[in-house]
Design a protein around this ligand. Structure first.
Ligand SMILES: [Zn+2]
Length: 104
């Protein structure tokens, strides 16, 4: 299975088939979300009480070291995480921080 890690602390962010990220909404509410670890699968899972409206911008943080993952992306609307594939090739992938836009 591909390994997805934090670019700063190298914490593994996908214990199973999902990537776990801390998310901060514009209104200051924090929550954890799950993204599919499969490239091309844009499903997002969040608790029913942690609602991210379509078009809302959220900031993504590493759940282990709390670094703002936008620091690893070319602009603040993206978050960067690293993917290490089964061949141990490392590449940075970018997640849109605007709900409803394609992730990865
Ligand atoms: Zn980290």
């Amino acid at each position: 299975m591909n390994k997805i890690i934090c670019p700063k602390c190298q914490a593994v962010l996908n214990p199973q088939n999902n990537v776990i990220l801390s998310a901060l909404k514009k209104d200051g509410e924090w929550g954890l979300i799950l993204l599919s670890a499969k490239l091309g699968d844009y499903s997002v899972n969040n608790h029913e009480s942690f609602v991210i409206a379509e078009g809302d911008a959220v900031k993504f943080y590493c759940p282990a070291c709390h670094i703002n993952l936008s620091d690893f992306a070319p602009n603040k609307h993206l978050a960067g995480i690293e993917l290490i594939d089964v061949d141990k090739t490392k590449k940075t992938i970018f997640i849109s921080s605007v709900a409803g836009e394609n992730l990865f």
